[in-house]
Ligand binder design. Structure first.
Ligand code: FAD
Length: 347
């Protein structure tokens, strides 16, 4: 049974993850780099030697992220995904293996969640002003929503293999593939593979809300990830997670939103209604072996809303941590599978 955390409920809103890096003094081998990517930020901390040192680490991380942007950024009109979106139907496009893996995760998670996650939801995302297009000056009409919804559905997308190549196809010319919700998790996994390929076994990676870690920090302790209070108190911590080599991803409706005519619209779109969600779930965190999978599921849970999300976690035995807005403030609810990762639950 999921159980609420009264301390959290009392203290209020939990809204994002923040890495607890500043508390420890870097050891001589510890390297830390950071930068911007995918419209957000990344931080990579390595507690081992990296061949070529910090400059090489920065160079290789940036090159990997640039390559991923060139593949899956809908914000880059020249990217592979943009060319797919602009291209005709009926002629499948050869795409790189890394991009195919992300698309496949989108298709799989879409099927698992009954279409709550939908990587073709882009026309609706753009209509509501959360994609590369401009913010709307008034609420989209029912007719505009219906028209955008006609273009949505993973049944209109196909991913096949032929002679070792990955072929991406679409059934309608104006299908719009949007992998924004998966990019950060995919990047965290690819960065983890890059580090492990260089013999690094102690690292912490954060790409916005997606976290991968392995081994220990400079003090020899397991990496800890703080869940921070989204209040005016900078850095106030609500809960601490010890991922122990597992991936952690968080989605929320609290940061990316706008107000129009007194109504708040978040960037999480329910493909069934064609509109931003309006329920009281403000944040969903998921722990799975890969950040790509966690990143797919956290958004799907955000679409579902609090009770269905917990029921889904129970059914699929997932490690899930939710923050729900209540009349009294905010309340954390987590599945039994999440409890072992919370520092407060550990002996
Ligand atoms: P998440 O919960 O992980 O994802 C929410 C996003 O997924 C929404 O914003 C929407 O795009 C989409 N979505 C909403 N509902 C659904 C649904 N039901 N099913 C599937 N998807 C849904 N942003 C910029 O502002 N500028 C950039 O240059 C830029 N470049 C990017 C490049 C790449 C390669 C990627 C992957 C993203 C880029 N972004 C950019 C987008 C941005 O960084 C975030 O990915 C986006 O704001 C959502 O991430 P999140 O973690 O906040 O939310």
């Amino acid at each position: 049974m999921p159980f609420p955390s009264p301390t959290l409920a009392a203290r209020g809103l939990l809204l994002s993850l923040m890495l607890m890096l500043t508390a420890c003094q870097p050891a001589p081998t510890q390297l830390r780099i950071q930068g911007k990517t995918m419209g957000t930020f990344y931080v990579v901390t390595v507690n081992d030697a990296f061949p070529g040192g910090e400059a090489a680490l920065q160079r290789e991380v940036d090159a990997l992220l640039v390559r991923m942007n060139q593949e899956i950024s809908t914000y880059d009109p020249g990217s592979i995904i943009s060319r797919f979106n602009q291209g005709p139907a009926g002629e499948p496009m050869v795409i790189p293996a890394g991009m195919a893996k992300i698309v496949q995760q989108g298709i799989d998670a879409g099927q698992l969640t009954g279409g709550k996650l939908d990587v073709t939801v882009g026309p609706l995302v753009n209509l509501w002003g959360f994609g590369p297009d401009k913010r709307p000056v008034k609420r989209p009409t029912a007719e505009q929503i219906a028209k955008a919804r006609d273009r949505v559905g993973i049944d209109k997308l196909s991913l096949t293999t032929q002679d070792g190549k990955f072929l991406l196809g679409k059934a309608i010319p104006d299908l719009y593939l949007d992998l924004s919700t998966l990019g950060e998790g995919a990047a965290a996994d690819e960065l983890a593979a890059l580090l492990e390929g260089k013999g690094v076994s102690n690292y912490l990676i954060e790409v916005a809300g997606a976290v991968r870690s392995e081994g220990h920090n400079a003090k020899g302790n397991p990496w800890r990830v703080a869940i921070v209070e989204p209040s005016d108190r900078p850095g106030a911590i609500e809960d601490v997670v010890i991922p122990n080599g597992m991936a952690l991803s968080t989605a929320g409706s609290y940061r990316n939103y706008y107000e129009l005519d007194g109504q708040r619209y978040s960037h999480i779109i329910d493909p069934a209604s064609g509109a931003p969600v309006t329920h009281r779930l403000v944040s969903a965190s998921v722990i799975t072996p890969t950040a790509l999978e966690a990143d797919a599921l956290d958004t799907a849970l955000m679409v579902m809303g609090p009770e269905p999300a917990l029921a889904f976690a129970r059914e699929h035995k997932l490690a899930v941590y939710l923050i729900v807005k209540t009349e009294q403030g905010f309340e954390a609810r987590f599945s039994p599978q999440f409890a072992p990762y919370l520092q407060q639950q550990q002996p």
